[in-house]
Design a binder for this molecule. Structure first.
Ligand code: TMP
Length: 212
């Protein structure tokens, strides 16, 4: 069946773990499921991701960052998202267009109308059926994210966003909650600071009505 689910949240909100758990759940029910992510998601997208995440790229301007993200999305929608949905799969994407509104719009201060226009163009109007916003306090998320980075030596270089100050992440969290309030039917806020099993159960409860 064709279903497009996105996950959003600040760093360390638990998206990666919960996406894997949701995949197991829907596959157990017999559905075909594919996981993808942004930035990244396809060969060219992964090259763009490397530029975006590299903590050595301190001089990347907010405008360059925005257009790299949009170039990634244009490629990813055409190469991965549209084909997966056309093939009647359940597609779970780790971050999508809401992330740009939260990070580049509210947190970096780029014009929201420019972001909306670019999003509309590069997604060709493809929108998630359901968005799970894993919400948690910034201290909780950053502690998890930095712990993970310390454990995986290689991800130190991937820390351009994690390296931002606490108030940046607070703006991202507040932005996500504002975006969710504006579209309550699509975006469901899940308290990601609770234990993983409780979060997993709530996400299943939100996804099950979409499964035939
Ligand atoms: P993640 O893969 O650990 O979720 O990290 C991806 C980072 O990219 C995260 O810090 C948020 C950032 N990002 C944006 O700033 N704008 C976007 O549109 C997307 C998709 C991600």
């Amino acid at each position: 069946m064709r279903l497009f689910i996105t996950f959003e949240g600040i760093e360390g909100s638990g998206k990666t773990t919960q996406i894997q758990l949701l995949r197991s759940h829907v596959e157990q029910k017999g559905y075909r499921c594919q996981i993808t992510r942004e930035p990244g998601g396809c060969r060219i997208g992964n090259k763009i991701r490397d530029i975006l995440m590299d903590s050595d790229n301190e001089t990347l301007t907010p405008m360059s960052e925005l257009y790299l993200i949009m170039a990634n999305r244009a490629q990813h929608v055409t190469e991965v998202i549209e084909p997966a949905l056309k093939a009647q799969k359940i597609l779970i994407c780790d971050r999508f267009h809401d992330a740009t509104i939260a990070y580049q719009g509210f947190a970096r201060g780029m014009a929201l109308d420019l972001i909306e226009t670019l999003n509309q163009t590069v997604t060709k109007g493809v929108k998630p059926d359901l968005t799970i916003l894993l919400d948690c306090p910034v201290e909780v998320g950053l502690k998890r994210a930095r712990g993970r980075m310390a454990a995986e030596d290689s991800s130190w270089k991937e820390g351009r966003f994690e390296g931002e100050r606490g108030d940046f992440h607070q703006r991202v969290r507040d932005a996500y909650l504002t975006i969710a309030k504006a579209e309550p039917d699509r975006i469901k806020v899940v308290d990601g600071s609770r234990d993983g099993h409780t979060v997993e159960r709530e996400i299943r409860r939100l996804v099950n009505p979409f499964l035939k």
